[in-house]
Design a binder for this molecule. Sequence first.
Ligand SMILES: [Zn+2]
Ligand SMILES: [Zn+2]
Ligand SMILES: [Zn+2]
Length: 74
Amino acid sequence: MCRWRQVCFVFQKCGCAIQQPDEEVLCDSPNCKFSPFHPKSCQLPACRKTCTQQRGYPQQHTVTVNAVCPNHGG
Ligand SMILES: [Zn+2]
Ligand SMILES: [Zn+2]
Ligand SMILES: [Zn+2]
């Protein structure tokens, strides 16, 4: 199932947390509406019965960086 990946950088030396733009993580399932492998011929309303219509819960990653953020001269 496709989902968003949300990455947040935490800069230890100034304490700032900077959220990165969401990235789309695509799956390879033909039964997922958002997948690149989803057949173009699969259309609503049939698609609703066979395929996932929603993205999964976002993956959240926090990356700790032992540095100062760009806003504070890093
Ligand atoms: Zn998917
Ligand atoms: Zn479908
Ligand atoms: Zn900062």
